[in-house]
Design a protein around this ligand. Structure first.
Ligand code: ADP
Ligand code: MG
Length: 709
């Protein structure tokens, strides 16, 4: 039936506005009264005092609130369109500039209007000046607020005033209940829920502002504790739920595993051996493994993954390995196929750039079960790919995949067909979950991994294969580029190879490409006796492959590359890496890039070219890179510099569970929350079960599922 769109009646204008505000609230995740009540201030503004304009001017570039009457209000066009409003009090005048403004503001701020304005007041060319102050129109003698004014995390089109009102209304409607009992509160010395929340939204005048600011105030501690408790409860429950699921037990460590190990040209390091034992034990179980294999770049995760795959194959099941880029998938394919195919294993290869015919052939191999090992990119998660007997999923560089992508691959075992060998004629779908091994060279500090992933076992390779010499790292001002080029030349003369990484330009892919091409021409010209190659994300797969192959074979001596080479690429003869505009890269990215050298026995060097002057964060990063090659240490410092939210990125964490707690400072609370979670879950009393439910509902709402991936 066709749906006719009716024009809203004029009377509907108000409800529509309300609707759109509601949807803006929803975009912030604020659906219920409790959501609103738990939408806590980011910070506070002190609007309890007004000082004179002259006093503010003399204070010099600090935030202050003044009050005055508008004496002029014009739109000016120099240097660009802006609203310029002058206000005056008895002591002097202040120019307020608005670069973004609504036409209606000229009326609102008409000459003669009294306003209270707050912002960073500077002494400019024309006297006291402030850009984009917050302001409100007031009547003479209007009372000042007696408490600090909360500033909430907001979204586009949602004013602070509207948020404040919505939250205040929600606090009135809410049926206040503490999820913790009085005894529990007393034992943990925690503030009651309602008191804590009310204080944070409306701090009394005598509150310790510093404690609010750094979130050490008991009211904040209560919020952080609650949040951590919810997380710990959910983590423990996810663990229980996983253990209740079915997976194919992969008990055989047989002919393939043995032959594979005995043919390796090296012995496993003790750390590789240890994590392999952990994985092997998990794979024997009939509930799914969910394990993160962490190991610094070059620590040798691939061979461990291949041995896990060998166990699946020895046990009669398929294994799949997914990598985030074609270059990396291809490298895995070659390496692992070279190891496995001579031992009689059929390895299939599937990526987006395959021709249609090849794709269909690969899919047929996978679906029939003939392919025992499948290697590819995210092309593997398409619907048309069906497995016959999928036992193990391996995801390399897992932080590069979204939560949804990992989940899609895992779900492949549930949609597999009956199996070509007729073993399973029972059902077309199975309720088996494959074992999952995720690998990452971006080391996540243990506390973070534990608190951000609902349920994950962790194995760490904490040792590099023998014979590696640590990479020497230097920061070099880019005006010394000539010396750097001379160094590149010398390295090539010595039979070594060089990566030259192009600057990251996040705002524009086109510009990034341009820079890569320019850099390539510049180097090709400066080094006429060397072969210079160029690889970037826009090349066709075959072209990319040709360049990478030539580099692997040593025919290309200098590889100019964008960050497509960031992950995984393994060319042991490369021993010099130049990273241009290193100040634009994050720490973990620099660490990943640097990990491309120092893979062979030659002493390797990494030159971080930077443009001065350096900002303080960039300086800290470069200093960290110079100081250490230990990925875990780098991760720890990265966490300090950036904080956990950014550290993991939205892609990785799904929706980060922790809004208030800070793992760098609140570890003691994590421990307490973990203990209470343990107690609550093991207590058979119905009251405890009720507490668990109420607490999870309050803090996680619908978000829990996302974290089980
Ligand atoms: P990553 O952990 O960064 O994925 P790779 O698996 O690519 O590292 O391994 C890096 C290099 O080290 C590879 O060339 C690999 O063959 C080699 N390698 C792995 N394990 C050992 C070992 N135990 N002894 C010597 N070399 C090893
Ligand atoms: Mg790797």
């Amino acid at each position: 039936m066709p749906v006719t769109k009716r024009k809203p009646a004029t009377a509907a204008a108000v409800p529509n506005a309300a609707n759109s505000r509601a949807s803006k609230l929803a975009r912030l995740g604020l659906h219920s009264d409790m959501d609103l009540v738990l939408h806590l201030p980011l910070r506070y503004e002190d609007e309890t005092q007004v000082i004179s304009i002259r006093q503010a001017d003399l204070m010099g570039s600090s935030v202050a609130q003044v009050e005055g009457v508008v004496s002029a209000c014009d739109i000016q066009y120099r240097p660009r369109r802006q609203l310029v409003v002058t206000i005056a009090d008895d002591s002097g005048q202040l120019v307020m500039r608005f670069l973004n403004f609504y036409g209606s503001q000229t009326k609102q701020l008409a000459v003669g209007t009294r306003v209270r304005a707050r912002g960073e007041i500077r002494h400019g060319f024309f006297g006291a000046e402030v850009v984009h102050p917050t302001y409100k129109v007031v009547l003479e003698g209007a009372p000042l607020p007696s408490a600090l004014t909360p500033v909430y995390p907001s979204g586009e089109g949602l004013s602070q005033a509207y948020l404040r009102k919505s939250i205040a209304d929600a606090m009135q409607r809410l049926q206040w209940r503490d999820t913790l009992s009085a005894e529990q509160l007393a034992a943990l010395r925690l503030t009651p829920f309602e008191a804590a929340v009310r204080l944070l939204h409306n701090p009394p005048p005598e509150v310790d502002e510093n404690a609010l600011e750094d979130r050490s105030h008991p009211a904040w501690v209560r919020m952080k504790f609650d949040e951590l408790l919810a997380q710990q409860l959910s983590l423990k429950r996810a663990q229980v739920a996983r253990r209740a699921k079915n997976a194919r037990a992969l008990p055989q460590i047989g002919a393939l595993s043995d032959a594979f190990l005995s043919r390796l040209p090296f012995a496993l390091t003790a750390a590789q051996q240890r994590v392999l034992t952990e994985i092997r034990t998990d794979l024997r179980a009939s509930f799914p493994m969910q394990r993160l294999l962490q190991g610094d770049v070059g620590s040798g995760k691939t061979v461990v993954a291949a041995l896990a795959a060998a166990q699946a194959i020895d046990s009669g099941f398929q294994a799949v390995l997914m990598a985030p880029t074609e270059i990396l998938a291809d490298q895995h394919f070659r390496k692992i196929a070279a190891w496995m195919e001579p031992l009689g294993v059929t390895v299939a290869w599937l990526t987006g750039s395959l021709k249609k015919k090849e794709k269909i052939a690969a899919q047929a191999l996978i679906e029939s079960g003939q392919a025992q090992l499948v290697i590819g990119t995210h092309a593997l998660i398409q619907d048309s790919v069906q497995f016959s007997r999928l036992g193990l999923v391996i995801v390399d560089e897992q932080h590069r995949f979204g939560v949804g992508q990992r989940l899609a691959l895992r779900n492949k075992a549930a949609t597999e067909n009956g199996g070509a060998d007729g073993e399973s004629t029972l059902a077309m779908t199975s309720n088996f979950v494959p074992h999952q091994l995720m690998m990452s060279a971006t080391p996540i500090p243990r506390t973070l991994a534990m608190t951000y992933y609902a349920d994950l076992e962790i194995s760490v390779i904490d040792e590099l294969p023998p014979g590696r010499t640590p990479v020497v790292t230097r920061a070099v001002d880019q005006n010394r580029r000539d010396e750097v080029i001379a160094r590149v030349h010398a390295a090539a003369q010595d039979g070594r190879q060089v990566y030259w990484v192009c600057p990251l330009i996040e705002e524009s892919e086109a510009l990034q490409l341009q820079t890569a091409t320019d850099t390539y021409s510049m180097l090709a010209e400066a080094l006429p006796d060397l072969r210079v190659g160029l690889v970037h994300g826009r090349l066709k797969q075959a072209e990319k492959q040709d360049v990478m192959d030539a580099f692997s074979r040593g025919e290309v001596q200098v590889l100019v590359a964008t960050t497509v080479i960031e992950v995984g690429v393994d060319v042991p003869n490369a021993s010099l890496m130049v990273i241009e505009h290193a100040e634009r890269f994050g720490l973990s990215q620099l660490h990943q890039l640097r990990g491309r050298v120092g893979r062979g026995s030659a002493a390797s060097v990494c030159l971080l070219l930077y443009q001065s002057p350096l900002g303080s964060i960039a300086r800290q990063r470069l200093m960290t890179m110079r100081a250490t090659t230990d990925g875990f240490e780098i991760a720890r410092r990265d966490l300090e510099i950036r904080g956990p939210g950014e550290f993991l990125g939205a892609r990785q964490s799904g929706q980060a569970m922790l809004r208030f707690a800070d793992l760098t400072t609140d570890q003691w609370l994590v421990d307490q929350a973990r203990d209470l979670a343990q107690t609550l879950l093991h207590d058979p009393a119905p009251a405890s079960a009720a507490t668990v439910e109420a607490h999870l509902a309050r803090w996680l709402g619908g978000r829990e599922d996302f974290l089980k991936v």
